[in-house]
Design a protein around this ligand. Structure first.
Ligand SMILES: Cc1cc2nc3c(=O)[nH]c(=O)nc-3n(C[C@H](O)[C@H](O)[C@H](O)COP(=O)(O)O)c2cc1C
Length: 355
């Protein structure tokens, strides 16, 4: 496990070990999207991770999809998140904000009254999502963004990056997978545009490229990460040629030299998306999905990646790093409390020495 516990530098980010806390939506924000005291405690408990990636945070009200998810502006935005970044830094940790615009994966009851649901094309996603008001509900049919609106949305991401630095974050991670807005632009099933943002592969990758460029110009590419999962069909996503899309996308951003690329692997025997990413990205690589600690240690020892992120293990093992260092047993999590309000199943998992 020595490799997992060794320090690393990703661009301007210092990691004291190679265990990354993966982004996880936990729906504990205020109804207005503000960060809460409970969230401060949750992130403080997990601050010994080499890098904490926050839950997805929306760059605008239109970008919200799920209930009780946070935004960075608004009444308590920057101040609320400042309390979180201060708490993580006081423990010696490093924390980046994941920017997540849900696009069409949204329901109006989960966002402010009047906030739009927008997407590259007006195609409703198949499926349902949870609302506090009516339980499971179909996704809303999105409104197609006009050509002149797209630069406005790109600028929301730029502003998010600026606010993230104001809130004390060490950097920002762009959520580029799981069927949310950047993935909707990338994929042929969700992008039927005929302007400069759809049609050819070059046109489909343009939106996420412009988003990354805008955020890099604001805070520096060395504070910017990107999360992808080429071939992930989650949230009704479909692309006619995923490999071509991601070859084009990763080639277009290669010279930016992002702080890191965060890649979720596939398990179905389809595209080897880790190999694809490794071939087209020269900098630090974080890998994810269903890694156990032993496999993670081997992946780092073999130089297959630079760090491994853990989501579900971090739910119930806030002191995961100490457990690795001390070879202590792991605690299982309760899936029933993932998205409930309050501390149960959120901040009440004990550390190994107290359990
Ligand atoms: C409760 C929960 C919420 C999640 N929310 C997000 C999110 O907001 N952003 C994101 O990129 N991934 C999200 N994910 C995916 C995880 O980051 C991760 O990719 C997945 O759980 C696989 O990693 P694991 O095997 O270590 O759990 C979430 C996963 C879980 C379990």
């Amino acid at each position: 496990m020595a490799d997992l516990l060794s320090p690393a530098t990703f661009g301007a980010l210092s990691l004291r070990n190679r265990l990354v806390m993966a982004p996880m939506t936990r729906s504990r924000a205020d109804p207005d999207g503000g960060a809460t005291e409970l969230m401060v405690e949750y992130y403080r408990q997990r601050a010994t991770a080499g890098l904490v990636v926050t839950e997805g945070i929306a760059p605008s009200e239109a970008g919200k999809g799920y209930c009780r998810t946070p935004v960075l502006d608004g009444p308590h935005g920057v101040a609320g998140w400042r309390a979180i970044t201060d708490a993580v830094h006081a423990e010696g940790g490093t924390i980046v904000a994941q920017v997540m615009h849900c696009g069409r994966i949204a329901h109006p009851d989960n966002k402010a009254p009047g906030a739009d649901t927008v997407a590259p094309s007006a195609i409703r996603a198949a499926g349902q999502m949870y609302t506090d008001t009516a339980g499971m509900e179909p996704f809303e049919e999105p409104r197609e963004l006009s050509s002149s609106e797209i630069p406005v949305v790109v600028d929301e991401y730029r502003r998010f990056a600026s606010l993230a630095i104001d809130a004390g974050f060490d950097g920002v991670e762009l959520h580029g997978t799981s069927g949310y807005l950047p993935a909707q632009f990338l994929s042929t099933g969700t992008n039927r545009r005929t302007d400069g943002y759809g049609g050819s592969t070059d046109a489909r990758v343009r939106f996420p490229v412009e988003v990354l460029q805008a955020m890099a110009a604001e805070i520096g590419a060395d504070r910017l990460g990107l999360r992808i999962c080429p071939g992930n069909p989650f949230n009704d996503l479909e692309d006619a040629d995923v490999e071509d899309t991601f070859r084009t996308f990763l080639t277009a951003i290669r010279s930016m030299r992002l702080a890191y690329l965060h890649v979720i692997r596939l398990h179905d025997g389809g595209l080897d998306n880790l190999a694809l990413a490794r071939g087209l990205h020269d900098g630090p690589l974080i890998v994810n999905d269903s890694y156990g600690l032993a496999e993670a240690g081997t992946a780092i020892a073999d130089a297959a990646c630079d760090a491994v992120s853990f989501a579900r293990l971090y739910i119930s093992n806030p002191d995961l790093v100490a457990r690795v260092a001390g070879n202590l047993p792991l605690t299982a999590f309760d899936p029933r409390s993932l998205y409930l309000q309050g501390p149960a199943g959120y901040t009440d998992y004990p550390t190994a020495v107290n359990s």
